[in-house]
Design a protein around this ligand. Structure first.
Ligand SMILES: *Cc1c(COP(=O)(O)O)cnc(C)c1O
Length: 385
C-alpha cells in the first residue's frame, strides 16, 4: 500500500515524547513556549501561539481580528472545510473567491473583481483567508495590495506550507498578512500528532489569541477589573476556549521541526521527479510561480481529458493497485452544509472544473524511488488503457 502522505517518526521523536511523560509537566510547561519561539524565529515572525489544531488556530485568529455576527469572511473554495468553518464559528457569513485553475490558489483577478463588486453593494469582507494549496504560497503581495484600501485583514491558511518561501521570505513572516496559521496534523509537513500554530507581528493580537486559547482568562493585573484578591487570583474577561497544545505534542513538534528543511528538500526532489516523468502524459501538475518555493505538502495533478469518467476511473484504478490517490479538495461550497447556507452548483466554476480534473498522488519524505516509479508506471498504464 502506498498512501498519498505519511508521517516520518524517528527514535528521537519518540524519546522526546517519553521524556515529557517522565517530567513534571504534561501541560502548560516549558515545551510549548519553546516550540513557539522555534517556529516564530524560523518564520521571522515576532510572535507565535501554539494550539491543539490548526482549526483552533484559525478560529482564534478570526476572534482576535474581531470577526463576529454580521461580518463577512472570504476564503478559497478549494481547501479543507476548516478554512471556512472558522468564520462560521464566529457567526460570520462566509463567501468564496474562485481559484486560478493552474495553481489551485485563490485567483487575484477574481478577487479584484469581487472586491469591486462588493464595494458597490456594501458587502466588503472583514477578513480574507487565502489558502496556500499544496504548499505553494498565494500571490500575497498582490492580495495585500488589493485589500489595503479597504482595511481588510488577512489570515494566511498555511496549513500546507510550513517550510515554504514567498519572495525568499519564509511563509509565516506575515509581511503581507495579519496572522498565518500552520497545521501539524500527521499528514502535513511536520507533525505534533494534532496541533497548530498562529504567527503574527502584533503584540496585542498575540496576547489576545493566547488569552482566548485558555478560556479568556488573564493573570495580568493590568487587564483586571479590580485589584487581585491574592496569589490564586485570575479573571475571565472574555469568552475563550480550551485550545491549548500539550507538552507531549509540543515535544514531538520540536523534535520534528529539527528535520523540517530536510523534509521539504526531499519533497521538492520527489516533486521534480514526478514533473519530469509525467510531462509526456495528458496531465498537468500545479503551476509553480518563480517567486515561490513550495513545501510540497501534496503533489496534485490535473487530468486534461474531456472524458469525465476517466478522472474517477484513474483514481479508482490506482487505488485497486494499492496506491491511495486522493482528491484535494471537494469544493467547500458543494458540501451539504454549505449548500444549506445557500451556495449552488455553478457558483465557482473554476473550482468545480478543478474538482473534475484534480488528483493527489503519493508524496512524502519516505517514499522510495521504487515506490515512486510504481506510481508513475501505474498512471502511465492506466492512461494508455
Ligand atoms: C489540515 C488543514 C486544516 C486543519 O488542520 P487541523 O490541524 O487538522 O485542524 C485547515 N486548513 C487546511 C488547508 C488544511 O489542510
Amino acid at each position: 500500500m502506498i498512501p498519498y502522505g505519511k508521517q516520518n517518526i524517528s527514535e528521537q521523536d519518540i524519546s522526546a515524547v517519553v521524556d515529557v511523560l517522565r517530567s513534571d509537566w504534561l501541560t502548560q510547561g516549558p515545551k510549548v513556549p519553546e516550540f513557539e519561539v522555534a517556529i516564530a524565529n524560523y518564520c521571522n515572525a515576532k510572535y507565535a501561539c501554539a494550539t491543539n489544531s490548526a482549526t483552533s488556530a484559525l478560529h482564534l485568529a478570526c476572534l482576535a481580528l474581531d470577526v463576529g455576527k454580521d461580518d463577512i469572511v472570504w476564503t478559497s473554495p478549494i481547501s479543507f472545510v476548516a478554512s471556512a468553518n472558522c468564520a462560521v464559528y464566529c457567526g460570520a457569513r462566509v463567501d468564496f473567491v474562485d481559484i486560478d485553475i493552474a495553481t489551485g490558489n485563490l485567483s487575484v483577478e477574481k478577487l479584484a473583481a469581487k472586491l469591486e463588486h462588493a464595494k458597490q453593494n456594501n458587502m466588503l469582507p472583514k477578513v480574507i483567508i487565502p489558502v496556500h494549496l499544496a504548499g505553494q504560497s498565494c500571490d500575497m503581495e498582490r492580495i495585500f495590495a488589493l485589500t489595503q484600501q479597504y482595511q481588510i485583514k488577512i489570515i494566511e491558511d498555511a496549513s500546507h506550507a510550513i517550510g515554504a518561501k514567498y519572495q525568499n521570505n519564509p511563509v509565516g513572516c506575515c509581511k503581507y498578512s495579519d496572522i498565518t496559521v500552520f497545521s501539524f496534523h500527521p499528514v502535513k509537513i511536520i507533525t505534533s500528532a494534532e496541533g497548530g500554530m498562529a504567527t503574527c507581528n502584533d503584540a496585542l493580537l498575540a496576547k489576545r489569541m493566547k488569552r482566548l486559547r485558555s478560556h479568556g482568562i488573564t493573570n495580568d493585573p493590568v487587564e483586571m477589573t479590580e485589584p487581585s484578591h491574592g496569589p490564586w487570583y485570575y479573571q475571565q474577561i472574555e469568552l475563550g476556549y480550551n485550545y491549548r497544545m500539550t507538552e507531549l505534542h509540543a515535544a514531538l513538534g520540536i523534535s520534528q521541526f529539527a528535520r523540517l528543511d530536510q523534509f521539504t528538500t526531499k519533497r521538492n526532489q520527489l516533486a521534480q521527479s514526478y514533473i519530469s516523468a509525467l510531462t509526456a502524459l495528458p496531465i498537468e501538475h500545479l503551476q509553480q510561480n518563480p517567486n515561490c518555493y513550495s513545501s510540497y505538502h501534496l503533489f496534485i495533478v490535473r487530468l486534461l481529458s474531456d472524458n469525465k469518467q476517466q478522472h474517477a476511473k484513474l483514481i479508482s484504478t490506482l487505488r485497486q493497485q494499492g496506491i491511495t490517490s486522493h482528491l484535494h479538495y471537494i469544493p467547500i461550497h458543494l458540501q451539504p452544509y454549505y449548500q444549506q447556507l445557500g451556495f449552488r452548483v455553478g457558483d465557482f466554476p473554476n473550482a468545480e472544473k478543478y474538482y473534475q480534473q484534480a488528483m493527489t498522488i503519493p508524496l512524502y519524505p519516505d517514499l522510495t524511488q521504487n515506490e515512486q516509479q510504481t506510481v508513475i508506471e501505474t498512471i502511465k498504464t492506466a492512461l494508455c488503457d
